[in-house]
Design a binder for this molecule. Structure first.
Ligand code: HEC
Ligand SMILES: [Cu+2]
Length: 340
């Protein structure tokens, strides 16, 4: 049973884990209803059984019962453990991001969602995704806390200023689904939403192809890196290299001055750009200037995508894309199979 759309109060379920969330929810309701009924029935039963029959009667003394104590300790323990385990499994499936995802960037802003695809296609308050493909959203916000919520996919995640958060899903049914901001974020919070369009892979490819003149995030990042922000003057390699080597660092451990090591993930790269003095790479002088206030969230996303691509991590299409050097875009290939 994977379809709960017949339940009047439930939104349609359209992701690979929607039914798991619903099943857990039904289970919680069933457990609660079961005990509510027992309690209410016992209340009425005792009402009648122990009603006042004569004034000032002394009831018989009750002594403890070990088997009874064991029984009502053990049974609730087992039940609460099934709730815990069910919750943990559903949580794990949602928050562990699988490897082979198509990455899409999302920047929240009072009061809109700005989306950019790996091919450069941009959209606002709309998100087009292919059906049967694992999609990862890497999200941040320009201003306050927001929360990206797609009820039909049974998933949501906070979008936090100054950080990247991510969320993944695999849509199972083509269609049009609601998208909301689920964190009160000011006057027009209720208007901060839109639609998710789940399309067949072929339609999605056509939709993407409708806008190939755009730069991809990687190309945009490269442009910022070499031209607009001048990162290349220190990081380009060769004899004049004064900055740390960026090729191949993504996902690897970086040794910092002071002996600490960190994993070079999106967050780390972002911090290295905004607050370089905070984590200085071993063997280098802290000469990198801060770029705080000079780059927008979208430019940061592009820089991160570019630095990732230097490690052979495109993360933007399922097909491995060679780091963009000549301004061409790898066409999104349909490689992912539909489901497990
Ligand atoms: C003045 C030279 C200079 C400029 C300009 C510069 N950097 Fe750096 N960068 C460095 C140095 C030196 C380090 C190593 C010391 C440190 O971590 O601060 C570094 C470190 C980094 C790191 C961490 C690397 C690692 O191996 O962990 C990243 C990422 C980075 N820079 C990105 C950028 C980006 C993006 C820009 C442009 C927006 C930029 N840098 C501009 C000199 C520079
Ligand atoms: Cu919001």
């Amino acid at each position: 049973m994977q379809d709960t759309s017949w339940v009047p109060l439930f939104p349609e379920g359209a992701s690979s884990f929607a039914w798991e969330v619903d099943a857990l929810y039904f289970y919680l309701i069933a457990v609660s209803a079961f005990f509510a009924i027992i309690v209410v029935a016992a209340v009425f039963y005792f009402f009648i059984k122990y009603r006042e029959r004569e004034k000032f009667a002394t009831p018989p003394e009750i002594h403890g019962s070990i088997p009874l104590e064991l029984f009502w300790s053990f049974v609730p323990f087992v039940i609460s453990m099934t709730i815990f385990l069910g919750g943990a499994i559903v949580y794990y499936n949602q928050y562990k991001i699988p490897e082979d995802t198509m990455e899409i960037f999302v920047v929240g802003k009072q009061w809109m969602w700005k989306v950019q695809h790996g091919t450069g296609q941009r959209e606002i308050n709309e998100l087009h995704v292919p059906v049967g493909r694992k999609v990862k959203l890497t999200m941040t916000t320009e201003d306050v806390l927001h929360d990206f919520y797609i009820p039909a996919f049974r998933t949501k995640a906070d979008v936090v200023p100054g950080r990247y958060t991510s969320l993944w899903f695999e849509a199972t049914k083509p269609g049009k689904y609601r998208l909301f901001c689920a964190e009160y974020c000011g006057l027009n919070h209720s208007g901060m939403g839109g639609w998710v369009y789940v399309m067949e892979q072929r339609d999605f490819d056509n939709w993407l192809a409708g806008n190939l003149s755009n730069q991809t995030p990687v190309q945009q990042g490269q442009d910022l890196f070499t031209n607009k922000l001048g990162c290349a003057s220190c990081h380009a390699g060769g004899q004049n290299q004064r900055g740390a080597i960026l090729e191949g660092i993504f996902g690897k451990e970086v040794k910092l001055v002071g002996g600490q090591t960190v994993i070079a993930d999106e967050e780390y790269i972002r911090n290295s750009i905004l607050n370089p003095a905070g984590q200085v790479v071993e063997g280098y002088q802290p000469i990198m200037p801060t770029f705080k206030g000079q780059v927008t969230e979208e430019q940061l996303v592009a820089l991160v995508a570019y630095i990732k691509s230097l490690s052979g991590q495109s993360g933007t299409t399922a097909a491995p894309m060679t780091p963009a050097t000549d301004g061409t875009t790898a066409a999104p290939a349909n490689t992912a199979g539909a489901g497990k």
